[in-house]
Design a protein. Structure first.
Length: 199
DNA sequence: TCGAAGATTGTCT
DNA sequence: GACAATCTTCGAG
């Protein structure tokens, strides 16, 4: 297992971090065991001027973590039942983050399958932001923890060639829907939506 | 204190 | 392809 990515990795332009996270390994330890997967899809959320970013509402109890240190986990609850995992980027005062949207399951596949009984196959285990959170056991307990040293970590993995990285508008939002801030590894079979197909 | 909306998923038609 | 499930968050009253 390679070392966890340093805090400086996250302290750069958010689009850059989102792109560079493709190929990296997201890993979560729980009492039930360890589960991990390769990141194949991300989205960038750019701060208060990005209407689709939670921080567009300003600094609140919920968005407080976004104003914190780069490399911090931002985990939020949505639609009354789903958790979504993000990595905070840039410096304090610029509340931006990268949403992890899909993983290729690596370690702990059986554990993930138990947590996702409805998944039909390995591909269906973590090909969506709420699916991967369920598969890895990510919950609000992890909100605000450092991604370098906690139960939830991100490690260096494959380096994806630029020609295999695709950029599309973000999914599932109602504001700023035309901003090209979703990054995918086009060669992966584990995306939430197939590359080249509209949202 | 109340109401509306939400970075989704799974099921049904 | 359409829609229900389900509850936190936040702004308005």
């Amino acid at each position: 297992m390679c070392a966890a990515l340093a805090a400086s990795f996250y302290d750069r332009r958010t689009e850059r971090v989102a792109r560079d996270l493709l190929g990296a390994i997201l890993r979560c330890e729980t009492p039930e065991g360890v589960a991990s997967g390769r990141i194949v899809e991300t989205e960038a959320y750019l701060g208060e001027h990005d209407a689709a970013c939670h921080a567009a509402a300003g600094r609140t109890a919920r968005t407080e973590v976004l104003y914190g240190e780069p490399g911090t986990a931002y985990v939020y609850f949505t639609y009354g039942m789903h958790w979504c995992a993000n990595a905070v980027t840039r410096r304090a005062g610029l509340p931006s983050a990268v949403l992890i949207r899909a993983l290729e399951p690596l370690d702990g596949v059986e554990l993930m399958a138990r947590r996702r009984p409805k998944a039909r196959d390995r591909r269906d285990l973590a090909n969506g932001p709420a699916k991967l959170s369920a598969a890895l056991g990510i919950t609000g307990e992890l909100n605000g923890l450092p991604l370098r040293r906690s139960r939830l970590t991100i490690h260096r993995g494959l380096t994806i060639p630029a020609r295999e990285i695709g950029v599309t508008p973000r999914i599932g939002i109602t504001s700023a829907t035309d901003w090209p801030l979703r990054f995918v590894w086009t060669e992966s079979d584990f995306l939430s939506r197939r590359y080249g197909v509209g949202r």
